[in-house]
Design a protein. Structure first.
Length: 102
């Protein structure tokens, strides 16, 4: 199993890093490291994240890192990281549903 990152997920991480980095470049780097470490665990345990309730699709899962939802899709030979978004974001709006764009 491998972990791939969508452009959207990488853009999300860059935006979050920039946002946190305004106050603390150190904590911005620490947060990004936490996300990548959590994602790497999915290589061995791809189903360890919970199903995303809003997705209604068992292959769409998420892990929580601090107050962020790190969403991914489990494919037969890879885990595709779809998005990283704050837990307060409303996923009822289809434009906020990263599984619809990948």
């Amino acid at each position: 199993m491998i972990v791939d990152w969508s452009d959207l997920a990488l853009d999300d991480l860059e935006d979050i890093k920039h946002y946190i980095g305004k106050d603390s470049p150190f904590y911005a780097r620490e947060f990004i490291d936490l996300v990548f470490t959590a994602a790497e665990r999915l290589i061995d345990f791809p189903l360890s994240g919970r199903e995303v309730p809003e997705a209604d699709d068992k292959t769409i899962r998420e892990i929580i890192v601090q107050s962020y939802r790190v969403m991914y899709r489990v494919d037969p030979h890879r885990v595709l990281m779809l998005a990283v978004m704050h837990g307060s974001r409303d996923l009822a709006n289809p434009k906020n549903q990263p599984w619809e764009t990948h």
